[in-house]
Design a protein around this ligand. Structure first.
Ligand code: HEM
Ligand code: HEM
Length: 202
């Protein structure tokens, strides 16, 4: 694993750099908590815990809104401009992705950037559809469910179920990618998301 003070020839092409600001780091770990708890409270719901599912959903929704603001006014690595990756950059990076060395990008790598956007979109869909969802078995409605017709409610509830599954898949892929970077590319991205310091190519 490449350490901050590694003096080997390979590591000398990299240097530690402060990449993630405190807000994005706190934001990320709060999002992990709200999404994991919200997902579990939704999947294993009962009448007595459903209100907690809604609270977790509001928390996720608030975090998404804050992230959108941060995407415009935050530091360069978290701006949406940095996440907008063109096909040639993506192709270029994908070709080198399996090389056994850290990516050394001072922000999200191009593949990571795409997955970040996908996660933010899916979570937004999840919160928006949740507001209009209904649970017939528990007689529990989302706060805006009675503002739309029964058939729209049924459709949006179906989308809420579907995107919950998509979120599970993308989060599993996200964590697998982090493990791949750690074990194959010897790049500890988790440490960077905790401390803010990342190994960056000189
Ligand atoms: C519900 C679970 C999770 C969700 C929804 C989630 C979501 C995200 C999002 C949206 C980002 C991009 C941050 C940004 O906005 O710029 C991100 C980055 C990151 N996440 Fe997660 N995450 C989850 C779980 C985890 C877990 C369990 C880990 C640790 C094993 C982790 C480690 C990271 C790391 C290291 C990054 C930075 C990646 C990079 O360097 O490009 N995440 N995550
Ligand atoms: C304010 C936001 C949200 C509201 C109001 C809401 C509301 C609901 C309602 C009413 C149900 C029951 C639907 C039914 O029984 O058919 C449900 C199920 C569920 N929700 Fe949410 N939700 C919200 C956000 C979220 C978020 C952010 C997640 C994921 C992180 C999530 C994950 C789930 C899951 C996994 C289920 C169970 C789906 C299934 O059984 O297939 N919800 N939600």
């Amino acid at each position: 694993m490449v350490q901050d003070n590694d003096t080997s020839a390979g590591a000398s092409r990299f240097e530690p750099q402060k990449v993630w600001d405190p807000a994005i780091r706190i934001w990320h770990w709060m999002l992990v908590f709200s999404v994991v708890s919200g997902w579990l409270l939704g999947e294993f719901r009962s009448f007595s815990t459903m209100q907690w599912h809604i609270y977790a959903g509001y928390t996720t929704g608030t975090l998404i809104l804050l992230r959108i603001v941060w995407g415009f006014i935050g530091p360069p690595p978290v701006r949406f401009r940095a996440l907008a990756v063109g096909p040639s950059t993506l192709k270029n990076y994908a070709g080198k992705m399996f090389q056994r060395e850290p990516s050394g990008v001072a922000g999200h790598n191009p593949v990571g950037a795409i997955s970040v956007i996908l996660m933010l979109v899916l979570l937004s869909v999840q919160v928006m559809t949740g507001l209009f969802s209904e649970d017939d078995a528990l007689f529990f409605d989302g706060p805006l469910a009675n503002t739309v017709s029964g058939s729209i409610r049924t459709t949006l509830t179906a989308y809420h179920h579907l995107s919950a599954k998509a979120i599970l898949v993308i989060v599993l892929l996200h964590v697998s990618a982090i493990l791949f970077y750690l074990l194959w590319k010897r790049e500890n991205l988790v440490k960077a998301m905790i401390t803010g310091w990342k190994i960056v190519r000189k």
